[in-house]
Design a binder for this molecule. Structure first.
Ligand SMILES: Nc1ncnc2c1ncn2[C@@H]1O[C@H](COP(=O)(O)OP(=O)(O)OP(=O)(O)O)[C@@H](O)[C@H]1O
Ligand SMILES: [Mg+2]
Length: 154
């Protein structure tokens, strides 16, 4: 099952992130795919807002990963762009337990799925008119069920 949605403006990207945040549970993995500047960080900012994370969620490109605490769940925000062959975020020795956090990984497709077979793949694409489309691809029955719930609110 695949779900595609139009995101005409950055506000729509943020709103999708906030809606996704409501579905998130401890141990969840969200893999973000899409070209440079697609809106992966913007979506994560919406997730952070939805979780009630205080402070700014910014691109972790140079630090590889950041842990944001103080919201409903800890948010681990990673950027695998520079991870190269390091296949597991576990290797980053984050000061966070992924099992009790929500882990969002930009550029994570093909790299981090083994952290959790059941995960959500979010594929963002940029159209010629600079708007975005997003495809939500559930991996696992549980994510498929949760997306059906989300669908009712989008
Ligand atoms: N739905 C949208 N329509 C138009 N612009 C958008 C949309 N969503 C996000 N943007 C804009 O796209 C730009 C790039 O966003 P962002 O930094 O989140 O991309 P990214 O995928 O994280 O990039 P990178 O690959 O460098 O990590 C930002 O200016 C953001 O506001
Ligand atoms: Mg980014």
């Amino acid at each position: 099952m695949r779900r595609e949605h139009e995101l005409p403006t950055p506000a729509d990207t943020s709103a999708l992130g906030r809606a996704l945040a409501e579905l998130l549970r401890p141990g969840d993995l969200v893999v973000l795919a899409g070209p440079l500047g697609a809106g992966k960080t913007a979506l994560t900012q919406g997730i952070g807002a939805g979780l009630g994370v205080p402070g700014a969620v910014t691109s972790p490109t140079f630090v590889l990963a950041r842990v944001h605490r103080g919201g409903r769940l800890p948010l681990v925000h990673a950027d695998a762009y520079r991870l190269g062959s390091v296949a597991e975020i576990d290797d980053l020795d984050l000061d966070a337990d992924l099992g009790s956090s929500v882990t969002v990984v930009e550029w994570g497709a093909g790299l981090v799925e083994q952290l959790n077979d059941e995960h959500l793949l979010v594929r963002i694409d940029r159209l010629d008119d600079d708007s975005r489309v997003v495809e939500l691809v559930p991996h696992g029955a549980d994510w498929a069920a949760r997306l059906r719930t989300l669908e009712e609110t989008l």
